[in-house]
Write a protein that binds this ligand. Structure first.
Ligand code: MG
Length: 164
């Protein structure tokens, strides 16, 4: 049995290096995607080209939904509009409600859904609590490149090690 803090797949990659064929092999057809750190740097407003390209390719195969903890609807709706994806802001992950609402809305079997995010204590835990697959990805910097030293994740992994 997987622990609540354990990702189904700890990719060690930025989201745009996740192979779509690999997701298909896992039987995935719905992607619930975190926003800040995962698609765009928290302090940036410009979505990296690699992310845009990956998203538009993904749309050919998967149903997409953005689930962000960011309380700013202005920011999240703008990003969602740019990418043309449905969204939830202020989702309060790891609380289950918003994620369960999305799971119900997309009418996708739980086993075919994955949540993709850059944090264990929000994205991975909520995915495990909602019984869907989880992928941990590398956080993006302002240039859209994976951050080398992610202190938040390091601390989360350290805590995880002790509560496993
Ligand atoms: Mg994030």
């Amino acid at each position: 049995m997987r622990s609540i803090v354990e990702a189904y797949w700890d990719s060690k990659l930025p989201i745009y290096d996740i192979r779509l064929s690999q997701l298909q092999k896992e039987g995935i057809n719905c992607l619930l995607i975190d926003v800040d750190g995962t698609l765009i740097n928290r302090k940036s407003t410009r979505i990296p080209k690699a992310v845009k390209d990956w998203i538009s390719e993904s749309k050919k195969f998967f149903s997409l939904y953005l689930i962000s903890n960011n309380p700013s609807e202005k920011r999240i709706s703008k990003i969602a509009k740019d990418l043309d994806i449905r969204y939830k802001f202020n989702a309060l992950k790891p609380r289950k409600k918003a994620t369960l609402d999305v799971i119900n809305e997309i009418k996708c079997d739980s086993k075919n859904i994955v949540i993709i995010g850059d944090r264990i204590f929000t994205d991975i835990i909520v995915g495990n609590r909602c019984n869907i697959k989880t992928i941990l990805v590398k956080r993006l910097d302002r240039d859209g490149l994976p951050i080398k030293l992610n202190l938040t994740l390091l601390i989360e992994k350290l805590i995880t090690f002790f509560i496993k």
